[in-house]
Design a protein around this ligand. Structure first.
Ligand code: ZN
Length: 263
């Protein structure tokens, strides 16, 4: 398998115009085989090697990311939070992809327990409180790391934000004119909001809230299918709908709270 990979590597790199390869090294991380390559211009790239011998280009990273900022030792794993030699905190390996930050599978149907566990584990070791007696560099890294994982956690936890993040990773976004959905749909949303406004008792509000939760759950199932089928345009259509039902949820919960009712 490796022979096959190495034979194909030259083709891949000549196609991607990365120039001459100086060094390469295989490493295993979470049972996945990676090929780390150092190029003539001192840049690094990391490739995952599948069991079928095919390559997929993961990312290009700068040399500094693969070395500890404090002692300069080469990192054993790109994702390590603390240097294996000097034990100083390292900058996050990926600030753009929140799934990678938590080391979970990139999918709309995430395991929220895994996400929460990973979040707590990370927050537990990088929280700024743990660095109160450390150098200003370490304090800064821990603060930035901590606020990044808070933002990432809040994004991945909520289906709407998670869907928007997946779109962003795919280089897609909801266009402004896409927000105007069909009139029939908008009428339905208006009617629900009126029902909420006119609700006379808490039971009615709670019932409307439950009804809305069911609709949200159905839309999430549809978004999941769209992402699985890589049907991005259809996914966007449902994400726009989800935005409207989310605002209904805020509306009804806001009223419940102001009336002192906990749902
Ligand atoms: Zn170090």
């Amino acid at each position: 398998m490796l022979k096959f990979c190495l034979k194909n590597m030259d083709i891949l790199f000549s196609q991607s115009a990365k120039g001459v390869i100086c060094q390469y090294q295989f490493y295993l991380e979470r049972r996945q085989l990676f090929l780390l390559t150092k190029h003539a211009n001192n840049s690094y790239s990391s490739l995952s090697v599948s069991t079928h011998g095919a390559f997929s280009l993961l990312r290009f990273s700068h040399a500094k990311m693969l070395k500890c900022w404090k002692c300069g030792v080469e990192k054993e794993a790109i994702k390590e939070v603390f240097c294996s030699k000097c034990n100083f905190i390292q900058e996050p390996h990926d600030t753009k992809n929140f799934f990678q930050l938590f080391d979970i599978k990139e999918s709309f149907d995430i395991d929220t327990k895994l996400l929460t566990n990973s979040y707590r584990r990370l927050q537990n070791i990088i929280h700024p409180d743990k660095f109160s007696n450390k150098s200003s560099e370490e304090k800064n890294i821990s603060q930035e790391y901590s606020s990044l994982i808070n933002r990432a956690y809040n994004t991945l936890q909520l289906p709407l934000n998670r869907a928007l993040h997946i779109l962003q990773l795919k280089g897609e976004k909801i266009d402004e004119d896409q927000k105007v959905v069909d009139t029939e749909f908008l009428m339905k949303i208006m009617e629900i909001n009126e029902e909420i406004e006119n609700a006379e008792n808490p039971e009615q509000l709670k019932m409307l809230n439950e009804q809305n939760k069911r609709v949200i759950s159905e839309i999430c199932k549809k978004i999941s299918i769209c992402f699985k089928n890589n049907d991005i345009e259809e996914a966007k259509r449902y994400i726009v709908q989800l935005k409207y039902y989310n605002s209904i949820s805020h509306h009804v919960n806001g009223i419940l709270r102001t009336r002192g009712i906990v749902d």
